[in-house]
Design a protein around this ligand. Sequence first.
Ligand SMILES: NC(=O)CCCC[C@@H]1SC[C@@H]2NC(=O)N[C@@H]21
Length: 494
Amino acid sequence: SDTFIAVVYEHTVILPRTIHKVSPDDALALMNRNMDVLEGAIKEAAQQGARIIVTPEDGIYGWVFTRETIYPYLEDIPDPEVNWIPCTDPTRFGRAPVQERLSCMARNNSIYVVANIGDKKPCNSSDPKCPSDGRYQYNTDVVFDTEGKLVARYHKYNLFRQETQFNYPKEPEFITFETPFGKFGIFTCFDILFREPAVVLATELQVDTVLFPTAWMNVLPFLTAVEFHSAWAMGMGVNLLSANTHNTIMSMTGSGLFTPHGPAMYYYNSKTKEGRLLVAELSARPRLSPNYPAAVNWSSYATSVKNYSGENKTFPGAVRRDIFTFSELKHKAGNHTVCQKDLCCHLTYQMSNKSKDEVYVLGAFDGLHGSVIKYHWQICTLLKCKSTDLSTCGQPSETAQTKFAMFSLSGTFGTNYVFPEVLYSGVQLAPGEFEVLSDGRLQSKNGTSKPLLTVTLFGRCYEKDLPHPLRSFLWTTVYFRKQGKAEPFQILEL
Ligand SMILES: NC(=O)CCCC[C@@H]1SC[C@@H]2NC(=O)N[C@@H]21
C-alpha cells in the first residue's frame, strides 16, 4: 500500500511506589497496570485502522532503578530468528508474562505493537566482560507483528545519564524489518543524537520509517522533543514515529508522527497529566514519492554569500554549558553574520513587530558538547533571549510575542547532517510554514503565523566526536557499602 495509518501513544507511566527491590509478582502487577492502559490505546488504534502503534521507552516499568531493583522486571527476550509467538507458546523460553501479553495484544487486535522492556542475559566467568552479578541487562525495544510474532528486538546502544541499571551492548545493532507498508528501523531516545545506529539505518539501510520509543526530557532552546525529533525526520528524509513518556515533573512530553516534510501530527503538553493517542496517515515509502525533498548542500549558500558581520558587535553567551557567539538583532530588519571557529552563520530577517520587551540574537556554536560523552555540534540559531538583559540569551524561554515577516538562515557547515528546527511560542511547531532550499537556506514561506522562539540549523559532526569513555569500561560493576547496605554501583556517572 502507498500509505498506512500509524499511531503513537504518549503514556503517563504509572511508576513503582518504592525504590527498593520488589518480588517478581509485585513487579508484574505494576507492569500489568501500565499494560492495562496500553491495551486501551492499542484497541483504540486498531479501531481507527492503524497498522502499527508505538509506545514509549520506560512505558511499562518506569524509572529510578539500580541493577538489582530492576531485575524482577526483566525477561529473557530471544533473538527474533527463533520465530516465536509468545501468545500461543508462552513458556518456550521461560517465564515471559510481559512478552506474552504484548504478543496477545498485537495478535488480538491485528496490529504491530512496539514496546520498550528489559532484557536479561545470563553470563559467567568464561566471558571476561561478564558483570560480577552474572548477567547482562539491556534497555530493549520489541516489536510484535499482527500474528503476535516477535519480529524485532533492539538493545539501546547510547544509554543516557542515569541508566546505570543497564549494560551497553558490545556492538551497535542495526535492526530492520519489512512490512507491506514499508521498511522499518528501530532505536531508542538518546540514540537519535549519534551516528550508530540512527544515521546508518536511515542512510545505508534505507529504512522508510523509524520506530522511536523515548523518555525525552525537554531542554530549550534546541532539544525539546518535538522540535528535535521533527527536525531529525526532515534532515534524514524518513518517517519517525516518536512516542514519548508523559511526566510533566520530569519535563517529559512531546510525541509525534514526523515525516520528511514536517510533522503529520504532534502533541506537547507540559500543563496537564494526560497522555494522548496520536493518529496519522503516512507515506509507506516516502523516498518514492514525487515530492520527496531534494538533497541539500548545507553550506552552498553560506560559503558563497558576503559576510555581513560589519559593525555588529558580538558577545559570548551560554546555552547551558556551551559558549555561543551571539550578535543582537537591533533593527526590525536586516542582514547579520556571526562566526565561531569554522562556522559562519548568516541571517536575513524582517520582524513584523519589534517589541521593546524582546531581544533576539543570531548565534553560532562550533565545538564539543557534553561533559562525559563529548559529541560535536555545529549550530546556527536565531533565538529569543529570556529577557532584554543580553546575559540571559540562551537561557530557556517558552513564550514570545514577535512574529517575523521573513527569515532566511544558513551556515558554512562542515557536515551533511543538519537538522532544521523552527519553534514557536508555547513550544509549538510550524508545519508547512518553512522550507529548506537545496543550497542550505532554511527560510519562512510566508512569514510566521505565531511568535518565534527559535530558528535553528542543528549540525552534527559525528566524525569529530570523542571516543565514548564508558562503553568498554562499564562491564565492571563494583560493590561498595552505603549506609550499611551493599549497593551495586557503576564506577562513573554519565
Ligand atoms: N532516555 C533517554 O535516553 C533520554 C535522553 C535524551 C534527552 C535529551 S539528550 C540532550 C538533552 N538533555 C536532556 O536532559 N534531555 C535532552
